[in-house]
Write a protein that binds this ligand. Structure first.
Ligand code: GTP
Ligand code: MG
Length: 462
């Protein structure tokens, strides 16, 4: 951040678009001055903290009243950032926002950088690093489950779990260091066993947390489903049915879709990312060939490939095509579509379990079989064992995963050194690395670089 932390910052806290109201937030030592300078009311909001006061916003250049507004003053340290904070609510016009911000900047207030309010809250001890990251996750959450996990993290439950793992390790480190300082006392085999046990228990708990990461990613970023198959099978029709709108062009001409079409949908409280793709075949058309190549390249991206087959198709080319995906796709389900044309397709169109995990029969036209498919998709996400883990114990963040992995590895080395009766200094050095990695998660130790990476991803005004 280029501004010293004692500067006063201001930014639009609501989305930058015309809206019913907009909110500008100010934080720092000049907040009182800002309120007095640009807000006129029957009584001063700084005399009546944490209460909305009705008044008028004054333009610094002309002195004109430019809008009716509500203002609130929240003195530090009992505010979001821990500093003096003011918020102005006014009509949500982007032109007004610009004018009011310019007025504030004229009084020596600086534009806030992305995430700067939350960064100040962290530096002032209002929240830990996991909670700060949870605010970004909460704002970006698009499904019930991602909201729940972010909510738990914001309440500090994930931090609690991490801190709890660290506690016995801190005791173990203190004990080890006492023995290093007074080597004449020697370490009893029983004590040494106890230390190894404590480290190994902590390591098991970390491994359990790490196991939830794949699920955490799915909940946060969505379960990725690729619609794949021969041309004209009804992939784009299926995408449109899932989304409930005509997102992709559907036509009886085979080879209609060329680009990858990616869209999100929330089903059963879970976020999914669906991707439609070009029908797989050997084509002479150079543009279609590019589409087919893109479709094949997308296969490793998908958590699940829905291989759509046309039940009215006479040949069995689909068999060779689905076989060509085997080993490349993480999981394949075969969807026999257009059963309205060929009801005999049940059972006759079938793919063996070594290639595809499930067979579905569908008519996008009549909707038959569609509910069974969407229910199965939700089950697929839920069946991940981590779904039963508490929302407070799910790892969703790559930074947390990296820190937990580093703690897990360091503990592995510490346990190994302990068992082989290596010098205690080696054990304690590894144990210290493990503890530091855990502390880094909640931000008990941090560098400006780590903070920069975290808060630069926030939007301005947060
Ligand atoms: N009768 C019937 N027709 C369907 C069904 N699903 C799709 N169609 C028709 O099949 C044709 C092809 O559908 P698309 O969704 O464009 O097929 P696609 O797999 O995306 O085709 P490409 O993009 O060319 O690979 C269209 O004329 C659809 O109306 C179905 O369940 N029943
Ligand atoms: Mg298509």
């Amino acid at each position: 951040m280029s501004q010293p932390e004692s500067s006063t910052i201001a930014a639009l806290a609501t989305a930058p678009a015309p809206a019913g109201i907009a909110v500008i937030r100010v934080s720092g030592p000049r907040t009182r001055l800002a309120l007095k300078a640009i807000f006129k009311a029957a009584h001063d909001p700084t005399d009546d903290p944490r209460r909305l006061v009705f008044g008028r916003i004054i333009d610094y250049k002309s002195g004109d009243e430019i809008d009716n507004a509500l203002a609130v003053f929240m003195p530090g340290p009992h505010s979001y950032t821990g500093e003096d904070v003011a918020e102005f609510q006014f009509h949500g016009s982007p032109a007004l926002v610009e004018k009011i911000l310019q007025s504030l900047f004229a009084y020596g207030i600086s534009p806030a950088e992305p995430g700067e309010f939350t960064k100040r809250a962290f530096l002032n001890g209002k929240l830990d690093l996991v909670q700060a990251e949870a605010i970004a996750d909460l704002i970006n959450a698009t499904s019930e489950h991602s909201l729940k996990i972010a909510g738990e993290q914001l309440k500090g439950r994930f931090s609690e779990a991490v801190n709890k793992i660290g506690e016995p390790l801190r005791d173990a480190l203190a004990e080890l260091e006492a023995h290093i300082d007074f080597p004449e006392e020697g370490i009893e085999p029983k004590q040494s066993e106890g230390l190894v046990q404590a480290m190994s228990d902590a390591r098991t708990k970390i491994a359990e947390l790490l196991k939830t990461y794949a699920y955490g990613q799915v909940v946060k970023d969505g379960f990725r489903v690729l619609l794949c198959g021969r041309p004209n099978a009804g992939k784009s029709s299926l995408l449109n049915l899932i989304l409930g709108n005509q997102r992709a062009i559907v036509s009886p001409v085979s080879g209609t879709t060329r680009d990858l079409i990616e869209e999100q949908a929330v089903i059963g409280g879970y976020r999914f990312v669906f991707c439609d793709s070009a029908g797989l075949r050997d084509s002479q058309d150079p543009v279609e060939r590019i589409g087919v190549e893109l479709a094949r390249e997308r296969i490793p991206w998908a958590d699940l490939v829905l291989f759509v087959v046309d039940a009215s198709e006479k040949g069995e080319e689909w068999k060779t095509t689905i076989q060509s995906l085997s080993g490349k796709a993480r999981k394949i389900w075969m969807i026999t579509n257009k059963i309205d044309i060929n009801p005999q397709a049940f059972g006759t169109f079938f793919c063996e379990s070594h290639i595809c995990a499930q067979n579905f029969y569908l008519s996008v036209k009549t909707g038959a079989g569609f509910d069974a498919l969407t229910e199965a998709l939700v089950e697929e996400v839920k069946s991940s064992s981590a779904d039963r883990a508490q929302a407070s114990q799910i790892v969703t963040n790559e930074r947390h995963r990296a820190c937990l992995t580093s703690a897990h590895e360091a503990l592995g080395r510490a346990i190994d050194a302990g068992r082989r009766a290596f010098p205690l200094e080696i054990v304690s050095a590894e144990l210290r690395i493990a503890l530091q990695s855990l502390q880094e998660i909640v931000g008990k130790t941090y560098t400006e670089d780590i903070l920069g990476r975290i808060f630069s991803k926030f939007c301005i005004g947060k």
